[in-house]
Write a protein that binds this ligand. Structure first.
Ligand code: RB5
Length: 150
């Protein structure tokens, strides 16, 4: 894995700013590196403006994984999943996070900044980064996600 792929892109709106700041600070101490796309202040902003750059970087292969955060996690997740090669998973516990890495090969985690314990979110992000995809039968399943019907 190249050095650039070890960096995780992270973006949020004002509803996710506090959690984003917390995650970067806590996880940096544990050796995880982030590119913070913003937002950088509590001013009300439109979440897609800060989610698109994260999803685009994952989609084009510039980075392997990203983190997107808004108040509920929903708008961030919806925006990220507009990209063909993005599989963004809205998560709220560690077990689910591990499963979405093992079974769905999620490459973005969407977090609800206003509805989650921050230390739990730290554990979830570690699980998201460190859990490998299982492949096998799950590969054929994720390939079918993009096989849209008329
Ligand atoms: C902003 O108030 C809020 O709507 C946003 O953070 C997010 O929850 C949208 O899905």
């Amino acid at each position: 894995m190249s050095e650039i792929q070890n960096i995780i892109f992270i973006g949020s709106d004002h509803g996710g700013l506090e959690l984003k700041t917390y995650l970067i600070k806590k996880l940096h101490k544990q050796g995880y590196y982030f590119k913070d796309i913003g937002t950088y202040s509590g001013e009300s902003v439109d979440y897609p403006d800060f989610i698109h750059p994260v999803a685009a970087a994952v989609n084009c292969g510039k980075v392997e994984k990203g983190i997107v955060i808004c108040g509920s996690g929903q708008g961030a997740n919806m925006t990220a999943n507009k990209y063909a090669k993005v599989r963004s998973a809205l998560c709220w516990n560690v077990e689910q996070t591990i499963l979405t890495r093992k079974h769905n090969n999620a490459n973005i985690i969407a977090l609800p900044g206003r509805f989650i314990d921050f230390d739990l979110a730290v554990e979830m992000v570690i699980a998201f980064i460190d859990t490998p995809f299982e492949g096998g039968r799950h590969l054929q399943r994720i390939e079918k996600i993009s096989q849209l019907k008329d």
